[in-house]
Design a protein around this ligand. Structure first.
Ligand code: ADP
Ligand code: MG
Length: 436
């Protein structure tokens, strides 16, 4: 009985072991399966890793391509001969090329992302057209207009505006492409006045000789009479002599405007030229008894030298000063300043003459450089024509801002010495240059 019992016990143990072995077996199977799955998983991870590396590489390439494209686009925008400004729908600047910065006098690096009204709002007549095109969703083609930079510089520009849309046709902003036509307009104006000068020149050359000969005779005889006469007759003869001198001056001025001029170029101190012109202007002041005119000088002595014909420049400055003095019959102030202006491609020296005289009204200001235009009873209207000719021969320019009954500011811009391209002594013929 006991044996049977122990036998049963053994059988039970044996069954347990068998069961255990079966469990081991199935455990082994699972372990094997798990190992296989793990290997598969590893392979999959490797595969995904490879795919990821490939995708990354593609992405990097794309980013690189995009970078190159952006750089290329920026360099295209930068080297364009047109100014480009683009805004998004809210008026924030998204594109602004270098030329736009130069034309409008702002730093193109700092304006991106800013509201166009804040950055360019002070430029009279500029932002409205772009914002209106954007709000009305209307393109603009080749529109010419005048803009005013800092209340001072007037520019003539031509703009085309396109409203920008994405692929779904949704408006994303607007782009304005514009050109500065100021120089072309100025050239047109100069050509017109050059035509005037050509006709004046032809006429002057033919009559100057005929006038001068008898005129010298009249003056000579009058001087002889002056010695012999007295009383009223002497007074009359003096009038004749003064009259002949005046006519002689007009003929000389006229010939100056009309004839080719040879400049005698030298390096010379600007302040000395102005001071010499002032000496002559003081004589005029003394004669007219206009002693209530105060002269204020403000010279930039660091950049005093210019390459110029000092005598001619002195003549131009004197003409400007005389006009200023004559515009202040009840006295006033004339301020003369020089300063360097680096805002241009070629640095300039500015010479400014600011008076507190009668000023010039809007309808007159366009004509003041025309030969013979004068508003004075005893004027010849040749002073400013001579000024302009002299300044242009020096490759400079002249700007006038005037307020009627308040005063006039005349600014002469000359190329700064080191950049002046004129040779030391050069035959210059304005008329020949224009007629070529
Ligand atoms: N500083 C000034 N202030 C007011 N008017 C001026 C000034 N400069 C020039 N003008 C105007 O320009 C005109 C032409 O000047 P200009 O050619 O020198 O001839 P003129 O002095 O003989 O009249 C003047 O008659 C005057 O009306
Ligand atoms: Mg004058």
């Amino acid at each position: 009985m006991k044996n049977l019992q122990s036998y049963k016990e053994k059988i039970k143990q044996f069954n347990n072991i068998k069961e255990l072995l079966t469990i081991f077996d199935s455990f082994n199977n699972y372990a094997q399966k798990l190992e296989n799955s793990y290997e598969q998983l590893l392979n999959r991870v490797k595969e995904i890793d490879q795919k990821m590396a490939y995708t990354n590489e593609c992405l990097n390439k794309k980013v690189h391509e995009l970078d190159n494209l952006t750089r290329f686009l920026n360099s295209v925008l930068g080297s364009m001969h047109s100014s480009v400004v683009a805004v998004d729908t809210e008026g924030k600047i998204v594109t602004f090329n270098n030329l736009a910065g130069k034309t409008l006098g702002v730093d193109s690096e700092t304006v991106l992302g800013k509201d166009i009204r804040t950055v360019l709002g002070s430029i009279g007549g500029f932002v409205d057209l772009l914002l209106e095109a954007l709000s009305k969703r209307k393109n603009v083609k080749n529109m010419e207009r005048i803009i005013e930079i800092d209340d001072r510089e007037i520019k003539h520009i031509e703009s085309s505006i396109s409203v920008l849309k994405d692929e779904n046709g949704t408006i994303t902003g607007a782009v304005e492409i514009f050109h500065d036509l100021s120089e072309i307009c100025e050239l047109k104006g100069r050509l017109n006045s050059a035509n005037d000068l050509i006709s004046v020149g032809t006429m002057a050359a033919s009559i100057a000789h005929e006038i001068r000969n008898p005129l010298n005779g009249i003056e000579g005889f009058a001087c002889l009479l002056e010695r012999d006469l007295e009383g009223d007759s002497l007074r009359l003869v003096k009038h004749i002599i003064k009259g002949t001198k005046n006519i002689n001056k007009i003929v000389t001025d006229l010939l100056f405007v009309a004839r080719p001029i040879k400049l005698n170029m030298r390096r010379y101190e600007l302040s000395k030229i102005i001071d010499k012109a002032l000496l002559f202007a003081y004589q005029e002041l003394g004669q007219k008894g206009s002693r209530d005119i105060q002269v204020v000088n403000d010279y930039d002595n660091c950049d005093d030298f210019v390459l110029c014909d000092p005598d001619r420049l002195q003549q131009a400055f004197l003409n400007i000063m005389l006009n200023a003095i004559q515009s202040m019959p009840r006295g006033g102030q004339i301020k003369i300043f020089t300063k360097k202006n680096n805002n241009h491609n070629i640095p300039k020296i500015q010479i400014g003459f600011v008076d507190t005289g009668n000023g010039i009204n809007d309808s007159t200001i366009e004509k003041i450089f025309e030969p013979f235009f004068t508003t004075k009873d005893d004027g010849t209207g040749l002073g400013l024509a001579i000024v302009r000719k002299i300044i242009e021969l020096h490759e400079g320019s002249i700007n006038i801002v005037s307020e009627f009954k308040k005063g006039t500011e005349i600014i002469v811009n000359l190329p700064a010495d080191q950049y002046t391209t004129l040779s030391a002594s050069r035959e210059t013929s304005f008329l020949n240059k224009v007629m070529a």
